[in-house]
Each structure stands twice: as structure tokens, then as C-alpha cells.
Design a protein around this ligand. Structure first.
Ligand code: ARG
Length: 292
């Protein structure tokens, strides 16, 4: 809870830094005096904060999309739980292999605490649950700028069943304007009025990397492993969609990674470019299957 609150404050700070056009890396916040304690100055470094920014409270799920079911999508979407708490989305690639984002594992490195659930449309359904045997994060994953935000999971037992589907890895380069389908669960409701656990989906066009890079300057670095998509101010993924797929013609071409705000007028959603990280994914699948 404290963490969420701090993240929220930071997110708002970043947004206001932008609003006030104060484009440096360092921001000094004067925190008001609290219950008898004197006020304090705190220094934050924008480049270190970009990765943890949260959207404004009204925007906690797929934005501008519509409610759907996993079956309608193709049954490839999985829900990832750590210590029984929903954390991220994931994509089923093979009966026992799931693709997700590396940042989902930050502070959650215990394989035995992870559960992957398939066939779920609402988060309160039980779905078909599988334990995680092992996982591999990209060695090049960088927490500070989200470079190479990709991870591959090996399940203990195959995740198969009615309405469970799979996606293949992206085989095409995506030009700006091409539209892809993103889906995921938004867990929280702004004012904590009953969690809305419905699965949502939205169609977003690819945004030119150059434009995306410029938009995020100097808040975050858009690296070559990233691809951006959104209808600015209108359609985007959001917090808790992380790890989920951005789909083009039954292929997973993006992994929800980060963004400043959600459906922001300036900042597109940032995804891991699956075509770019495909060598890592294929190598990891081989290594994991050999470990069984
Ligand atoms: N980092 C977020 C998560 O862990 C994903 C945020 C995506 N944001 C966006 N505006 N597209 O769920």
C-alpha cells in the first residue's frame, strides 16, 4: 500500500515535471511537515523513476477498449500469480511455455511461488492452474530503463484444455500505423470500489520509434528492444496489463512493458519488440525444455 502511494506520488511528480517543462533529471520535492515531524527535502532522479510510474487513478485498466473473453481472443492469454496475487499477463507459446515481461519478476524470483492460469476471462475464476518449474529473464534486462523486458517460463505440467490456445512468435517487422490487439486485466478500481476483474481488449497502432523516442525524451530511453503503440489520448494498455501480448495475425509481436500514464496525449505505450528479442526467446525455450 505504501509502495503504491509512493509510486502514485512519483507518477504525479513526473507528470507535473513535464507540465512545468522542467526538463532535468533531478527533482527536489519539499515534503510537508507531518504530524509533528519537520518538513523535508527529497531528491528524485527522473531517469530512475520512469520505470515505476503509475497511471492516474482513473486509468487502471486497458484504456479505450472493450470487455472480451479469453475464448473470443483465442485462449492464449494467461494470468500470472505470485504468492496468490495477480501480477501480470502472459502468452502461451507451447503447452508448457509462457512468454511474459522480465519486470514482472522484480522482487519475485522464487519459481515455486508462481502460478500460471489459463482459460480465465475474469480474474476471480479459477481457470486451469499450473505451477512454474523454472523461468529465464533476459540477461540484458535492465531495471533502470526496461531494456530487454522479456522472460520465458516453463510450467511443471502442460497447460491444455478446452478453449486454451497458443500464439506463435512474431515473424514480421511492424510498420507504423499497423494495428495490433492488446488485452489484459485491470485489477484495481480507483477508489477501491469493488475490483473490476473483467478482461479487456483494445486495438492500437504502432507509433514510429523516432516519434516515440522524442516523446519520451528525457523521461525514459526508448531502446532498440522496444516498440511503441497507442492512440494517443485514447487507446492504450495500462498497469497490470504488463507481460501480456500485443498480437498481430495470431502472432505475439509485443509484450506490454511500460508507459508514463495510460492513454496519455504525449506518451505511447511501450512494448518489448518480440521480433527483436526472438533469438533470446528461442534460445530460452530450448534451454528450459532441456532442463525438464
Ligand atoms: N508496467 C505496467 C505493468 O506492470 C504496464 C504499463 C503499460 N502502460 C501503458 N501506458 N501502456 O502492468
Amino acid at each position: 500500500m505504501t509502495c503504491r502511494l509512493v509510486c502514485c506520488v512519483l507518477a504525479c511528480t513526473l507528470i507535473s515535471v513535464h507540465v512545468y517543462g522542467q526538463e532535468q533529471d533531478k527533482i527536489v520535492l519539499s515534503l510537508p511537515a507531518l504530524s509533528g515531524q519537520p518538513g523535508q527535502n527529497h531528491t528524485f532522479y527522473v531517469s530512475q523513476l520512469a520505470k515505476i510510474v503509475l497511471p492516474s487513478p482513473q486509468e487502471t485498466r486497458v484504456v479505450g477498449g472493450q470487455v472480451t473473453t479469453n475464448t473470443k481472443l483465442g485462449g492464449y492469454l494467461t494470468a500470472l500469480f505470485y504468492e496468490n496475487e495477480f501480477v501480470c499477463g502472459g502468452t502461451l507459446l507451447k503447452d508448457n511455455i509462457v512468454l511474459t515481461a522480465a519486470h514482472c519478476f522484480l522482487g519475485r524470483m522464487q519459481a515455486s511461488e508462481w502460478i500460471v492460469a489459463g482459460g480465465m476471462s475474469t480474474l476471480n475464476q479459477k481457470g486451469i492452474r499450473r505451477h512454474v518449474k523454472d523461468f529465464i529473464l533476459s540477461e540484458q534486462f535492465r531495471e533502470d530503463d526496461m531494456n530487454m523486458d522479456v522472460a520465458v517460463i516453463l510450467l511443471k505440467t502442460p497447460l491444455t484444455g478446452k478453449n486454451i490456445g497458443k500464439l506463435s512468435l512474431c515473424s514480421v517487422g511492424l510498420k507504423p500505423g499497423v494495428e495490433l490487439v492488446v488485452s489484459g486485466w485491470g485489477m484495481t478500481n480507483a477508489r477501491g470500489r469493488g475490483p473490476q476483474s473483467l478482461l479487456r481488449t483494445v486495438t492500437v497502432p504502432i507509433i514510429h520509434r523516432k516519434n516515440c523516442r522524442a516523446a519520451y525524451q528525457p523521461m525514459a530511453k526508448i531502446t532498440d528492444s522496444m516498440i511503441c503503440a497507442a492512440v494517443l489520448g485514447n487507446k492504450d494498455a495500462c498497469t497490470f496489463d504488463s507481460g501480456g501480448p500485443m498480437v498481430f495475425k495470431k502472432q505475439v509481436c509485443g509484450i506490454v512493458s511500460f508507459g508514463i500514464g495510460c492513454a496519455s496525449k504525449r506518451y505511447p505505450g511501450v512494448y518489448t519488440d518480440v521480433l527483436y528479442v526472438k533469438p533470446f526467446i528461442e534460445k530460452s525455450i530450448k534451454a528450459l525444455l532441456a532442463r525438464r
